[in-house]
Design a protein around this ligand. Structure first.
Ligand code: NAD
Length: 402
């Protein structure tokens, strides 16, 4: 790839010295969540980069000066700035971690490519809209920079093992995946409740993990049919979304994201013709069909022993950093590429579009990159002005899919 700032060091030089890392976004996922004693650690990007010897954090950026200084103090970093452009121009970075608000990912990533960064670990979702997400993927492709989207479960060996079990037919033919990521309503003041900063509500913020993992386990999605709900006290984004979806290779999916709960939950219930796996946050169960102990001549699902966890990285954040280093050094594509990030965003926008058409089936890939949360917001605005019984409005929404 083109290294805009000086000569490209040789492979040997590169292998012996740590790759220089800059972090943009010194917030919760940047480093603050590391303060949570209940989580498995590391659970942030600064924590993960600090544990991988092939990388060294050399600079950081945040528009919040207080957070920036606290980050510098904790990680012993003196190169701190509130301008990512300045950081990228002056630091000769090999790797960039983008952990700022979703609406900023693309501009920062594109600027990084133009300043010779060789690998980008970008937080999910890749962007607030498909058009700008594509711009980042194209810029990385044109400059030869590796782009990884942090759907971190892909990097954890347990999820990889479950994918392999499904592929190898351990639970028979895949029939359904029922998944949820449930959370409380967000306060209207949070950046996550702003359509401009977040691109939508829990569906895009948390549902992106669920949809990405469904794709990881079962492949591409052919169509979706969906609905969403809102609450005036929760900013301009949806409080919950539900969707039915069809996998291209067979099997159906059902998902719920958000849902105004008093708890957080993430789980996937994967059911095949001969067995079932449940996996999620704190959840791991394996059942296979066998002779029923309750009904003569029937088979039931019986508890089975999952094979031991294979060797490899159990921590998704460390796994993401190792993946980035390997992709940069070998030039291979990531198992969580920019295109995977775009595909998840496409499904999310198809769900928003379907919800804006009262559950009409929407096929993928979307042909209009403008599709998404904005259509749903426009429908809500029209509904606020027209009563439910207005026949003209009902006819308007009887449209077909995209
Ligand atoms: N993978 C995961 O499990 C996970 C978990 C949480 C958040 N995230 C993602 O990480 C990103 C950040 O989320 P968060 O919860 O850490 O938010 P946060 O608000 O705690 O942190 C984001 C930080 O980015 C800074 N920032 C915003 N714009 C900036 C800019 N132009 N330049 C420099 N700094 C800027 C903010 O000041 C803030 O400190 C989001 O995209 C979110 O979707 C991912």
């Amino acid at each position: 790839m083109t290294h805009l700032l000086g000569a490209v060091p040789s492979q040997a030089e590169r292998m012996s010295e740590p790759l220089r890392v800059g972090i943009v976004g010194c917030g919760r996922i940047g480093f603050l969540l590391e303060d949570d004693p209940l989580r498995g650690h590391p659970c942030t990007h600064a924590g993960a980069f600090s544990t991988v010897p092939e990388t060294a954090i050399v600079a950081a950026c945040d528009i919040d000066d207080g957070r920036l200084r606290e980050f510098g103090r904790r990680y012993g970093i003196g190169r701190l700035t509130t301008s990512y452009k300045q950081m990228l121009r002056s630091e000769r970075l090999d790797l960039l971690c983008i952990s700022s608000w979703t609406s900023t990912h693309v501009a920062i990533g594109v600027e990084a490519c133009r300043n010779g960064v060789r690998g980008i670990l970008c937080e999910k979702p890749i962007a607030t809209d498909i058009r700008s997400g594509r711009r980042l993927v194209e810029e990385c492709g044109a400059r030869g920079a590796s782009l990884i989207i942090n759907h971190e479960r892909r990097f954890a060996v347990r999820y990889q093992q479950v994918r392999d079990l499904i592929r190898n037919g351990a639970i028979g033919d895949l029939r359904t995946i029922v998944g949820n990521v449930l959370c409380p309503k967000w306060p209207a003041a949070s950046w996550k409740a702003s359509p401009d900063l977040a691109g939508g509500g829990p569906l895009i913020h948390d549902g992106t993990h669920l949809i990405d993992m469904m794709r990881f386990l079962a492949g591409d999605i052919e169509w979706v049919s969906a609905d969403a709900c809102f609450d005036e006290r929760a900013g301009g984004v949806e409080t919950g979304a539900v969707a039915m979806l069809k996998f291209r290779d067979g099997g159906m999916g059902f998902l719920e994201a958000g849902g105004d709960r008093r708890y957080f939950n993430f789980e996937l219930d994967i059911q095949g013709s001969g067995g079932r796996i449940r996996i999620g946050n704190g959840i791991l169960e394996y059942e296979l069909s066998g002779t029923s102990r309750r009904y003569t001549g029937f088979e039931d699902l019986l508890p089975a022993e999952l094979p031991p966890e294979p060797p490899g990285e159990p921590n998704g954040y460390v796994g993401a950093v190792r993946e980035l280093v390997d992709c940069v050094r070998t030039g291979r594509a990531s198992i969580s590429s920019g295109r995977d990030g775009l595909a998840a965003l496409d499904v999310i926008n198809a769900i928003y579009l379907s919800a804006s058409r009262r559950g009409a089936r929407v096929t993928l890939p979307l042909t209009s990159p403008a599709a998404g949360f904005r259509q749903l917001a426009r429908l809500r605005a029209r509904e606020a002005m027209a009563p439910e019984s207005d026949p003209k409005r009902s006819a308007e929404h009887r449209g077909s899919s995209e």
